[in-house]
Design a protein around this ligand. Structure first.
Ligand code: GLU
Length: 421
């Protein structure tokens, strides 16, 4: 099947229209959700360490504030563009609605390769970007968080910059912060834990709770790394793990703790150069089609396409990344009987614990790790069951079930609020 030029926003619209049709909605019922509410593009001038000025392009896009303050991460990547950030913002609105937390959706990004910046340059970029988008940020307006290539330290700079401009410490303006300035226990592991919970629920629902299943993971960062670790501890075999520089395959299971330790403390801060007895080297992307039972794409969007979807051997895909599967690939996977737990459900654990962080900030009352994990588990299991039920009722995919559940909630909220003026 020939694939049209990929546009993530068009991909999102196609799924949204599909869900609306299944729900029997008219275009007027959901027209407002086909457009982001607000798009801000900024040019960020930074003095580099050598004295030169360079300008980076940045975005903050708010898709919907219907169900609450806008919420979503900020990514630093050389491929960031408007259509990508628009799609990511819309997926956040849908994600928050699927798990029923009181947020709308937003996303931000800077077109930059952060690995080429010094720490000082990265901090100046973050602070200037925060200042430039600050008119639309705030604990009641729009709350950023980590995403691809951003982390707790960067969230700390965002918190400080906004707080300096606001006149007082404002921890609730950003989530995924370090613990010392209002972060939440359990936030770093949250997305991976949510993926892990979805794998378990899907295995129970569709594979009779079979044990010892073989898992391939793309992306051993914050999402894939934690998911792999939790799955390995639970008796799954992580047979493949890959990153942008290639990956590894080992039929009797890779040593996940050793791999994560190499990524965190090794010379390349990536999988590059990792060695393990008995592990075979894989070319970049080969983990997607390797021999396994479960596939976790946990890196970037647009990796499962019409070109490789037919070669996927896994019978279950749980999407840790946002938008890894194109509409064309989805059709192929469905035809081949592959169960796909969609991104807006599978990777929602991160934003759920972001929500807990923000609640703790607003209440100035902090929870222990057990409470965070218990509440996260409750929300993930409830959401999985709701999506599964809706998909079953309409004899459709889990992706459509998730989109339908989310769209219903968004449209109901809009109807109750009405249209201003
Ligand atoms: N960037 C994460 C996501 O795509 C987390 C967003 C958040 O916590 O606000 O879901």
């Amino acid at each position: 099947m020939a694939e049209q030029k990929y546009n993530p926003y068009e991909n999102m619209l196609s799924d949204l229209d599909g869900a609306a049709a299944l729900l029997g909605m008219t275009r007027s019922d959901y027209e407002a959700f086909r457009y982001p509410e607000r798009e801000l593009k900024v040019a960020i001038p930074i003095r580099m360490d050598d004295g030169d000025i360079r300008v980076f392009e940045g975005y903050r896009i708010q898709h919907s504030g219907t169900r609450g303050p806008c919420k979503g991460g900020i990514r630093y990547h050389p491929d960031v563009n408007m259509d990508e950030v628009k799609a990511l913002a819309a997926w956040m609105s849908l994600k928050c609605a699927v798990v029923d937390i009181p947020y709308g959706g937003a996303k931000g990004g800077v077109r930059v390769n952060p690995k080429e910046l010094s720490k000082g340059e990265l901090e100046r970029l973050t602070r200037r970007f925060t200042a430039m988008i600050s008119p639309i940020l705030g604990p009641e307006r729009d709350i950023p968080a980590p995403d691809v290539n951003t982390n707790a330290e960067i969230m700390g700079w965002i918190m400080d910059t906004y707080s300096m401009m606001n006149g007082h410490a404002t921890p609730g303006v950003v989530t995924g912060k370090p613990l010392e300035i209002g972060g939440s226990l359990g936030r770093p592991e949250a997305t991976g834990r949510g993926v892990f919970l979805c794998v378990n629920e899907a295995v129970k629902a569709y594979f009779g709770g079979k044990t010892g299943l073989r898992v391939a993971v793309q992306g051993m960062g914050n999402v894939g790394g934690f998911a792999a670790q939790l799955l390995a501890e639970d008796g799954y075999k992580i047979v493949a793990a890959g990153g942008s520089a290639g990956g590894y395959y080992k039929a009797d299971g890779l040593d996940v703790p050793a791999m994560l330790d190499y990524i965190a403390n090794g010379p390349t801060r990536s999988l590059k150069g990792y060695e393990e007895p008995g592990a075979i080297k894989l070319a970049p992307g080969a983990e997607l089609t390797c021999d396994c039972d479960i596939l976790l794409p946990c890196a970037l969007e647009h990796v499962l396409t019409a070109d490789n979807a037919g070669d996927v051997k896994a019978k279950l895909i749980v999407e840790g990344a946002n938008g890894p599967t194109t509409v064309e690939a989805d059709a192929i996977l469905e035809k081949n009987g592959v169960i796909v737990v969609p991104d807006i459900l599978a990777n929602a654990g991160g934003v759920v614990v972001s929500y807990f962080e923000w609640v703790q900030n607003e209440q100035h009352l902090y929870w222990d790790l057990a409470e965070v994990r218990e509440r996260l588990t409750k929300i993930m299991l409830r959401s999985f069951a709701e999506v599964q039920a809706l998909a079953g009722e309409h004899k459709t995919s889990l992706r459509m079930g998730a989109y339908m559940n989310a769209l219903q909630r968004l449209v109901k909220a809009k109807k109750i609020r009405g249209y201003f003026p």
